[in-house]
Design a protein around this ligand. Structure first.
Ligand SMILES: Nc1ncnc2c1ncn2[C@@H]1O[C@H](COP(=O)(O)OP(=O)(O)O)[C@@H](O)[C@H]1O
Ligand SMILES: Cc1ncc(COP(=O)(O)O)c(C=O)c1O
Length: 275
């Protein structure tokens, strides 16, 4: 049976992140993606500043009614929330349908701009959505905010931060070091209250990582929907996103997209015995 996954997130006008990245990733994993769009994110080509245009809450409610009309989905991913009322609305639905396999990507930072996105949503997200999440997937900027640490520069800092975020109530956390973490390695740290697991890949010298965080979290969600454990979902998602960044494509002279088709292409090539 094809697994059904709902993404509740923003639409990326550029097409590389947000809802667009999620649906492409779900498809790559052989799962069926459903979307409830909370907002539209655009980026000014000159200033590189992002703007978020929330979808009216009564429309988001109708989207969730439609998506949950058959009950809980096999898994659910939360991305850009877009507006404060989405938090209460989503909490209500998640509890009502007893949704399992919830991945919370606490989107607060994009790579082309240093400003924190929608800081007014952080407390609500921590109080209401984090305790429902099976895994929370902050990048380094988001991990600093959630752990209330000014910087995360070493593996020791990461260990400290991941435990502080875990104490906010999710079942597990993975901090994405990514391009922001010092050194030659793209280091992520997973923690589920028992095991601390560093996952390393070589850092790729490229800016084609727009959409990497969304795609990584979407890949974890698809892994969970297919019955993988949290640890296996995270390990496979790391391979998926690394391949997608490696084969990324440029949109303009300052950013590029991860290429979701890369993993499937590589897998098909392996199946066909053609390097
Ligand atoms: N330049 C890179 N080389 C290798 N892996 C990367 C690179 N940039 C990001 N990643 C990986 O991609 C995933 C998403 O991380 P990141 O891009 O930091 O998240 P976000 O998109 O939320 O900012 C993580 O597994 C991270 O380690
Ligand atoms: C709707 C939306 N969500 C999330 C993000 C974050 O993207 P990334 O996966 O690069 O962290 C973006 C970036 O533009 C976006 O447009």
């Amino acid at each position: 049976m094809v697994k059904k996954i709902l993404t509740v997130a923003g639409s990326d006008a550029g097409g590389g992140a947000g809802i667009q990245a999620d649906l492409k990733t779900f498809e790559e994993y052989g799962t069926f993606g459903i979307s409830s769009i909370t907002s539209i994110l655009t980026v000014d080509p000159k200033t590189k500043k992002p703007s978020i245009y929330p979808i009216p809450i009564d429309i988001v409610e109708k989207e969730l009614d439609t998506a949950f009309s058959g009950g809980a989905l096999d898994a659910l991913k939360i991305g850009l929330l877009g507006s404060l009322p989405v938090i209460d609305l989503l909490e209500h639905y998640l509890v009502k349908v007893n949704q399992k396999n919830i991945v919370l990507d606490p989107v607060m930072a994009v790579k082309t701009n240093k400003d924190v996105l929608q800081p007014e949503l952080v407390n609500g997200m921590i109080k209401k959505l984090m305790p429902l999440a099976d895994i929370v997937t902050p990048n380094l900027v988001e991990a600093c905010i959630l752990s209330d640490m000014p910087t995360i520069e070493t593996e020791e800092d990461m260990r400290k931060a991941v435990k502080k975020i875990f104490d906010l109530g999710p079942k597990s956390v993975i901090i994405k070091g990514g391009a922001r973490f010092k050194g030659d390695v793209a280091t992520d740290l997973f923690y589920d209250g028992e095991q601390l697991l560093f996952i390393h890949e070589d850092k790729l010298d490229t800016v084609t990582n727009h959409g990497a965080g969304c795609s990584f979290a979407a890949a974890i969600t698809a892994g969970l929907a297919k019955g993988l454990t949290l640890e296996s979902s995270v390990r496979l998602a790391k391979k998926y996103v690394t391949s997608a960044i490696k084969h990324g494509l440029y949109l303009n002279d300052f950013t590029g997209y991860v290429w979701h088709g890369a993993f499937l292409e590589a897998t098909n090539r392996m199946t066909l015995g053609d390097d």
